[in-house]
Design a protein around this ligand. Structure first.
Ligand code: FPP
Length: 250
């Protein structure tokens, strides 16, 4: 039976986050330059976005470019930025057709102007779409976001808008650039690496992690469905015991 048919609609994650990894190795295995892997990674982005929209996942966050990725060779950074601009511009029509809203998190002002312009245009155009949120993490790192939130809260305390006693999990969450969406229930990382790599450190506190050795350009809809089925077969205890959960259900 295909994995899609094994998915229980009642237990769908509302938010899936993905660390798309392995583009470089995929290209190398074919004797090609790294950018060839990134270009083929765009196909997987399309597949996964479509798959999520089709089955009813409401939020999908993709780690497309981390703060640390700026340290890659300049030629690769330039090629990735160019690819982002091209992809965002060519995919806007499909996002509109599928009623998907494009959002972005990260230090967006550090992106090249052409990239930011294309991104802002696409975000404006798709702003009233409501079938699914596609959230691109661009020039993003969780530590960057956390420091930004801490500074904002410190400023509010300093100007006496809030007191130290007002600081709690809810307030902190509301300051993060991810505050509009629920925290991901499922994190997927491809390519066999088992790291978070500075991605959504606060938001992933209780997420289920799914690792696969598949390299990102090879990741298909069926791979996504398989990850969701795996997630649905897990018991999410949030610190409670298994017995407590059974009691809560009754
Ligand atoms: C990780 O593979 C991938 C990236 C850093 C870039 C991801 C970008 C894309 C899939 C293309 C554009 C995306 C969008 C959303 C338009 P890696 O280069 O670290 O691979 P490696 O670990 O094998 O070297």
């Amino acid at each position: 039976m295909p994995y899609k048919d094994k998915i229980s609609k009642e237990k769908l994650p509302a938010h899936i986050a993905i660390i798309m990894d392995g583009n470089g190795r995929w290209a190398k295995s074919k004797g090609k330059f790294r950018i060839f892997g990134h270009k083929n990674g765009v196909k997987a982005v399309r597949e996964v976005s479509e798959a999520c929209a089709e089955i009813g996942v409401k939020n999908l966050t993709l780690y497309a470019f981390s703060t640390e990725n700026w340290n890659r060779p300049q030629a690769e950074v330039n090629a990735l930025m160019e690819l982002l601009v091209k992809t965002i511009s060519s995919e806007t029509k499909t996002l509109m057709k599928n009623n998907i809203r494009l959002n972005a998190i990260g230090d967006l002002k550090s992106l090249p102007k052409s990239c930011l312009t294309e991104l802002n245009e696409a975000m404006e155009k798709t702003a009233s779409n409501n079938r699914m949120n596609l959230i691109l993490a661009l020039s993003y790192s969780a530590k960057w976001d956390i420091i930004k939130s801490v500074k904002s809260i410190a400023q509010k305390v300093k100007s006496e808008k809030i007191s130290i006693n007002d600081i709690n999990e809810e307030l902190f969450t509301s300051e993060l650039s991810t505050h509009k969406w629920p925290h991901p229930e499922l994190l997927i990382r491809t390519s066999g690496e088992h790291r978070i790599s500075n991605f959504l450190l606060w938001e992933l506190a209780y997420s289920e992690f799914y690792f696969t050795s598949t390299l990102w350009p090879d990741f298909t809809k069926e791979d996504l469905y398989k990850a969701i089925v795996d997630y649905q077969n897990r018991e999410r205890r949030f610190g409670k015991t298994s017995e407590q959960l059974t009691k809560d259900e009754n």
